[in-house]
Design a protein around this ligand. Structure first.
Ligand code: C2E
Ligand code: CA
Ligand code: CA
Length: 504
């Protein structure tokens, strides 16, 4: 696997890990929220059921007394009432009123207290007048013609229900304008309106009161932990394992970079040369300098395996410059044996092109061949996205002024297409191997090559066909008018000594 692929894999796995953890955390929160909502619904329902039942006892007693209400408040009547009341739980007192005046209370005997208007059946929570605020009570009233009977029950029964059903969100009781919390406190306003979360409430179908709660959007961590302990532990374990794997990978990646730096210091990056031949005469016209890593243990390593990481880390610049210096130093001594204008092609990436050191490297290269001029070609691959940037065009002009030629490598496969020819002063087009390899079998490829040649002629450029492998391809490309050929048919890239021994 090459470094670029590994790097992408790392990014991919990190993003996948991040997305997974994020989704899992969201899922946990969503799950806990949903559990809390269910719990809230259940508690609210239990609350309404229990309170309905208590008020139903009061209602039964009140309706029974309404049938046969005492006309006075004599001792006998009171005794009988007390006896009957003892059989009914939750009823604390019973009041009889006629024409808006209470005339009898089981607890206080005969009284004469005005009472407000009431509907035929009504639940109310008075806090003034006859009903002192320090003993909060609820009233269940039934009326028939002029007669009213009121069952009194303690509000603490309601508070007790709210307290026993207490959970992760507080329960509140409400009837009409009244709001009450689990401590039995009357609240001036609706407390739920100030809370953010999902509001859950249930209204009693029989008595019209409601019990409500608000489940917060973001439950507290302690609650999340309580609900999803197992899941969270599993998630942390997955995170730790993934972190360790990625950490191990990164250490290896960094050690690969360190190895490359050491390799550079030890001169392990060596040039291999591949000849460039004239398509008509078949004579050698130049060579392309291709990098190899002469690894002490792994042997000769292909550039595809280390160039991407070298580019990414910026090491490609010192690597290429060291490579070019090796070639210059070796060939300068043999300059008289080189055909005039012999091409030396170097592969240059956009960051390298922009580096100021490239000017000196080019000047040095050309100066070493004084008296026997050679051609220095800078190959810019069309696969480089930065090729179309303005600063690249400016740099190309500067480097051309030094006497170099510019070639567009892998032409027809990259991002820029024909637009590179609009902005860059190009001298050579290198037709990519993917078109050359199909020139005899696929009409479209031939058509594309024809177009490239015609375009190059019109713009006064020369063409080079890459990856020529058979004599038939050679012949066809020659007929089509390609100027130079490069490929295994002539030679694979070979080391300096072999090149000098066999090609010059
Ligand atoms: P490239 O610049 O397109 O180089 C041509 C590649 O095609 C070379 O692969 C060469 O060995 C291969 N090739 C040539 N003729 C044939 C053929 O007939 N058939 C086949 N199948 N392949 C052929 P190589 O040497 O493995 O280099 C691969 C790439 O690595 C180069 O593609 C270039 O992009 C990059 N590279 C190599 N050396 C350097 C360098 O010094 N600097 C930079 N920046 N990139 C380099
Ligand atoms: Ca090239
Ligand atoms: Ca190429």
């Amino acid at each position: 696997m090459n470094f670029w692929l590994r790097h992408r894999l790392l990014l991919l796995s990190l993003s996948a890990l991040f997305v997974t953890l994020l989704l899992c955390s969201l899922a946990i929160f969503w799950q806990v929220q949903s559990d809390l909502r269910n719990d809230g619904r259940q508690r609210v329902r239990f609350g309404v059921e229990q309170l309905d039942q208590q008020i139903r006892y009061v209602e039964t007693f009140v309706s029974q007394e309404l049938q046969d209400a005492p006309t006075d408040c004599s001792k006998n009547s009171l005794r009988e009432l007390q006896l009957r009341m003892a059989g009914f739980p939750y009823v604390r007192n019973i009041l009889f009123a006629r024409d808006g005046m209470i005339y009898c209370s089981v607890q206080h005997g005969a009284v004469s207290v005005p009472v407000g208007k009431s509907q035929p059946a009504m639940l109310s929570f008075p806090e003034s007048g006859y009903f002192p605020p320090h003993t909060p009570i609820g009233l269940y009233t039934l009326s028939k013609q002029h007669q009213q009977v009121m069952g009194v029950f303690g509000v603490w029964h309601i508070a007790h229900i709210l307290t026993t059903l207490d959970g992760h969100s507080a329960l509140y009781f409400s009837s009409g304008e009244l709001w009450m919390d689990a401590a039995g406190n009357r609240l001036a306003t609706n407390p739920l309106s100030a809370m953010s979360g999902t509001q859950i409430e249930l209204v009693s179908a029989e008595y019209g009161f409601r019990i409500a709660t608000v489940v917060p959007w973001f439950p507290a961590w302690s609650v999340v932990w309580q609900y999803s302990k197992g899941f969270i532990i599993a998630l942390i374990a997955i995170g730790v394992v993934a972190y360790r794997l990625i950490y191990r990978y990164l250490s290896r990646y960094n050690s690969a970079l360190a190895e490359m730096r050491n390799g550079l210091a030890r001169g392990e990056f060596v040039p291999y040369l591949q000849p460039l031949n004239d398509s008509r005469t078949g004579k050698i016209k130049g060579c392309e300098i291709l990098m190899r890593w002469q690894h002490p243990v792994r042997g000769v390593i292909s550039p595809m395996q280390f160039i991407p990481q070298a580019e990414e880390s910026g090491l490609i610049i010192p690597m290429t410059e060291a490579l070019v210096k090796t070639v210059v130093d070796r060939f300068a001594a043999l300059k008289h044996r080189l055909p005039e204008g012999f091409h030396f092609s170097i592969n240059v990436t956009a960051p390298h092109l922009l580096a100021p050191t490239l000017d000196d490297a080019c000047r040095y290269f050309l100066s070493r061949f004084e008296g026997c001029p050679v051609t220095l070609v800078l190959e810019l691959t069309e696969r480089d996205k930065r090729l179309m940037e303005d600063e690249v065009a400016l740099r190309v002009q500067e480097l051309k002024a030094l006497g170099t030629l510019i070639a567009i490598d892998d032409f027809g496969t990259g991002y820029s297409g024909m637009s590179a020819l609009q902005t860059l002063p190009v001298d050579l087009l290198k037709i990519d191997r993917c078109f050359v390899s199909k020139v005899l079998v696929d009409e479209t490829s031939e058509y594309i090559i024809r177009n490239m040649i015609s375009c190059s002629n019109d713009l006064h450029m020369k063409t080079i066909a890459e990856g020529v492998e058979t004599p038939e391809q050679h012949q066809r490309l020659q007929q089509l008018g390609v100027d130079y050929l490069q490929g295994y048919l002539f030679s694979k890239p070979i080391d300096l000594d072999s090149f000098i021994a066999t090609k010059l």
